[in-house]
Design a protein around this ligand. Structure first.
Ligand SMILES: [Fe+2]
Ligand SMILES: [Fe+2]
Length: 171
């Protein structure tokens, strides 16, 4: 008979988080490519940077599962959504971060109650980072709501300037 792992509940929570992080990484890299294609340079690089941070969460979580001698379930928890509008993308990103923060707060609390201090801290630290992401997305969303077309136009101007600079360097 297979022995039960006393950290199994932590492992299940970590695998659940792993699925969220994989999906979120893919969703943000999707937004990155869409925004880059549209010439929204600032938003594109922001999405790329946050996507990489979510990928680092994947690595961190998987390492913890292995340390607890659990099995890593490296699968996305949902399929990427094909949203192309900036406002909708930012709203969706905010809701992703919001629900992740709620889960991690809960997981952190549960792990602490089960004397798994390290997993508790991992969820606590990740939840702090997700709050930073939420803050960034909220600011961008507010700019988008307040300045709309102007906000996007400014990004395109910055993009054209950079392209102009790049082609100058190549001459
Ligand atoms: Fe994350
Ligand atoms: Fe995040």
């Amino acid at each position: 008979m297979e022995q039960t792992n006393k950290y199994q509940r932590s492992i299940d929570r970590l695998n659940d988080a792993l699925g969220k992080e994989i999906s979120t990484t893919l969703q943000y890299i999707y937004f990155h490519t869409i925004f880059e294609d549209a010439g929204y340079e600032h938003l594109a690089s922001l999405m790329r940077r946050i996507s990489i941070q979510e990928m680092q969460h994947i690595e961190h979580i998987a390492e913890r599962i292995l340390f607890l001698q659990g099995k890593v379930d490296m699968n996305p928890s949902f399929r990427s959504v094909q949203i192309n509008g900036v406002r909708e993308a930012l709203e969706f990103s905010c809701s992703l971060e919001q629900s992740t923060i709620e889960s991690y707060n809960e997981y952190s609390r549960l792990c602490s109650g089960e004397d798994d201090a390290v997993t508790h801290r991992i969820f606590q630290d990740m939840s702090a980072e997700e709050e930073q992401h939420l803050d960034i997305f909220r600011t961008e969303l507010q700019n988008m709501i307040d300045y709309g077309a102007q906000y996007l136009a400014l990004q395109s101007v910055a993009h054209s300037r950079n392209v102009a600079k790049m082609s100058k360097k190549e001459e």
